[in-house]
Each structure stands twice: as C-alpha cells, then as structure tokens.
Design a protein around this ligand. Structure first.
Ligand code: CS2
Length: 436
C-alpha cells in the first residue's frame, strides 16, 4: 500500500511525531503545507526535504535521518496548489498541527466567524486559514469526485476531530458552499511527544555526524499516538510503528490533556513567576514538584475509563519525562497562547472538581499563577493571540474575573474568591490537604 499525506503545519512537533510514525510504517510520503512562513521549506529544500531527528533522554542522544517528507508548499505563494492537492485523489489522508489558535474557535467550540482572518477567508476563493483551506479544498474534491479522505487534527484540543469537522462545516455554511463531507471522516487523536525548540548548537552537532544539518528537530524518546479507527480511505499502517487504533480516544485524550498538559501549564506560569527557565528546573523545586503531583492527582480524579493504578504510573512517568535535563524545554514555550490552553487544561477540570466536591486547590493555584503571569507582563510582551484584551483585563479593578471572562472560564464565586486569594498570596490555593 502506498499513498500520500498532506500535512498542514510541518513544524517541529509534526516532524518529531507523525512523520516518524509514517516513516516507520513505510510506503507513504508526506507533503507539508506551511500556512504562513517559507522558513521550513527554505531550510529543507537544499537537502531534498530530509532532516535529522535528535532523540535525547537523560542517558544519551541518538540521531535518525528522516526521509518521509517530499515537499513543502508555502500556501501564500500559491494557494491554488494547496487547494488542488486537497482535491487530488492520491491524497487520502490529511494531518494537521497548527496549534490551538490555528483553529479560530470560540469558547463554545464553534468557528469564530468574526475573527478577521476567518472573515476575510469567507470572501475569497484563495484562503489563508486552515479551516478556509479545508472547506474550499474539500469542496473542490467533492466537485471533482476525487474520493474518500480522512482529516486528522493532531493538536491538543479536546475532541479535536469533531471540533475540526464542526469548524469546517461552520465555514462552509457561512461561505454558502454546498459541502457535504459525505466522503470525509475526522478521526479524533491523542498525540504526545515533548518537542522543545532546537538549541542553537544542534545543527553543528548534526553536521559533525554527516547528517542533514538544516532545521534539525530535538525530541524525547517517549512518543504516543492514539487514533480513532474511523478512516474514510487508505491510511498508513501506523499501528506497525506503535500507534494505537481505538474505538474511543476520549479517555486517552483527557488523561493526556489534563495530566501532562495541565501540569505543564502550571509549571510554566508558576515556574516563570519564580524565575525558572526550563521545565526540568521548575519541577525540581520541591514546592512546585509537590503541586505538580497534586494537580495530576486531582485531574486523575476527573478521568473515567482508566484504572487508578494506571493513572498513578502514568503520573510518575510524567515526572520522569519533565525531569529530562537533556531537553532544555523552555517554560516560555509552554506559556505561549495561555488563552487557548488554560480553558482546556485547567478551566474544564476545575469546573468539574468544583461541581463534584473534589480538591480544587491545585487548579485554583494554576489559574492564579496564570493571572499573575499575565498581570506581570506588559501587554505587548505577552505571546498570546488575545494579548491586547488580556492586557486590558489585567488593569481592571478585579483582574481575576476580567481575565477569566476573556478566556471563557466561568467559575462559582467560591472558586473565584480562592483564585483571588491565591493571587494575593493569602492562601496557597489549597482548600483541603493534598497528598504530595
Ligand atoms: C506543551 C505541549 O507547549 C505546550 O503547551 O504542553 O506542547 C506538550 O509538550 C506536548 O503536548 C507533549 O506531547
């Protein structure tokens, strides 16, 4: 079996995750689409789109030559080429890593039709956004009767497949396209591999090994991919490379978003607020290490369909991964785009804990640390698509309510007051004793 994948967002995470699963499965190639910048294409073109993956754990490093990418289309240079490729019958799988903000969703998960980029795309046949490309490209495919296609979001959204499908349909309806998606599926996925920005000296180290040295990617040894077995057409045999195909991804996704990503965001804000730079430094701090475990334990209490022992082992394995000093994973990288991440990773969990009488302390603390971080930045320094609105909210008399309101987190007044108290430093955010 052979085939071609079209991938939106050929950044480091894709090149460390889906690319290696696909390379190991064999028989398929990946054509990347960069929605904005030509940087990755320009870096990789001179080495025939090969690159080096550097896998680093506490006990050493190994390098792997990646050959699965065959081209990168830079969408703004030729939007039509991207739409044509989506309508090409040889492409039966589309994968996506554009980060949370690349979906332009409202807090209710629907496409934000008043977002200026989305609004502009509704008026043109040559789009700029992911959702614009998918809706118009899949429409072209429908007209050409080019056959089935599976569109796989590999971003950290809950119910990522269903959200992407809804966004594409919202766009199609608003643009008056007669898109039916009758031959398209949008499988949910859980993706996991910690992939920091590559350090400056990596390229030289790779060149010394006689491997392609432009735009190398650094990542950890661990990787996991769980995909809903809901494909419209052909797909790579990803299970031969270790991916799991399951009927329901939701339990895996919730476990990863609430335990890994939730703890990551807490460590990012609390760590930066205390002057740490990297994840392994923040998690080595005894107080933050305890809070990290407490947050994972509280989050685990909201999960269904995964055994208690499995969750405890998973949590301990996460601490080992966070401890990995070889990754030099910058807290600032995780702190980016908090408005998109906090509702999924912290807000939803806190609401559930509050409603069920669980321990809300660790999540209250995480929210307060995010507020402290936002208040401490001046608006322009904040790396967030909602930076302007957040900067304004941070200057209000009750910044906690204002900030949470901007990002769509609604809390009972009791929890709201606990967040304010944690921010003032009059409580450590813990309402009950937490096992540390
Ligand atoms: C991180 C994730 O930057 C972030 O927000 O929490 O990128 C995290 O490293 C990955 O989801 C791990 O799979």
């Amino acid at each position: 079996m052979t085939g071609r994948i079209l991938h939106f967002g050929p950044g480091n995470f894709h090149r460390a995750h889906q690319a290696i699963f696909t390379q190991q499965a064999g028989g398929w190639t990946i054509t990347g689409v960069s929605l904005k910048s030509a940087e990755t294409r320009d870096a990789l073109a001179g080495q025939a789109f090969d690159y080096t993956l550097v896998i680093r754990d506490a006990d050493g490093e190994r390098m792997e030559r990646m050959t699965v990418l065959d081209d990168i289309l830079v969408a703004p240079e030729n939007p039509d080429a991207v739409l044509d490729t989506l309508a090409d019958g040889s492409v039966q799988v589309v994968t996506v890593t554009v980060t949370e903000k690349g979906y332009h969703l409202n807090a209710d998960g629907r496409l934000n039709l008043s977002d200026p980029e989305v609004a502009a795309d509704l008026d043109t046949n040559l789009p700029r956004t992911l959702v614009g490309y998918l809706a118009r490209g899949l429409m072209r495919r429908q007209i050409d009767m080019a056959g089935p296609i599976s569109v796989i979001s590999c971003d950290n959204l809950s119910g990522n497949g269903a959200k992407l499908r809804t966004a594409v349909m919202d766009f199609a309806q608003a643009a008056g396209l007669g898109l039916t998606l009758s031959e398209a599926t949008f499988p949910d996925t859980m993706v996991d591999r910690i992939t920091p920005r590559a350090p400056d000296d990596l390229s030289d180290r790779v060149a010394a090994m006689d491997l392609p040295s432009a735009a190398p990617v650094v990542t950890e040894g661990f990787s996991e991919w769980v995909i809903a077995d809901d494909f419209a057409g052909l797909r790579p045999a990803w299970e031969t490379a270790g991916a799991r195909l399951v009927a329901d991804v939701a339990p895996f996704e919730a476990r990863k978003l609430r335990m890994l990503n939730g703890a990551h965001s807490m460590l990012a804000y609390a760590g930066l607020n205390r002057g740490f730079v990297h994840v392994h430094e923040a998690v080595a701090d005894p107080d933050l290490r305890g809070r990290c475990r407490a947050l994972m334990q509280a989050a685990a209490g909201t999960l269904h369909g995964v055994g208690e022992d499995e969750l405890r082992i998973y949590g301990e394995a996460l601490i080992v991964r966070f401890d990995n000093p070889a990754l030099q994973h910058a807290l600032a990288q995780i702190a980016m785009d908090g408005s998109q991440k906090m509702p999924v990773r912290i807000g939803a969990v806190l609401s559930e804990l509050a409603a069920t009488g669980g321990d809300t302390g660790p999540h209250v603390f995480a929210l307060a640390e995010w507020c402290r971080f936002v208040i401490g930045q001046d608006g322009t320094a904040l790396d967030d698509p909602m930076a302007e609105r957040l900067a304004k909210a941070a200057r209000e008399g009750d910044p906690v309510s204002a900030l949470l309101n901007v990002i769509g987190i609604g809390l009972p007044e009791v929890e709201m007051e606990l967040v304010r108290a944690s921010l003032r430093g009059t409580t450590d955010g813990h309402t009950k004793g937490t096992a540390i």
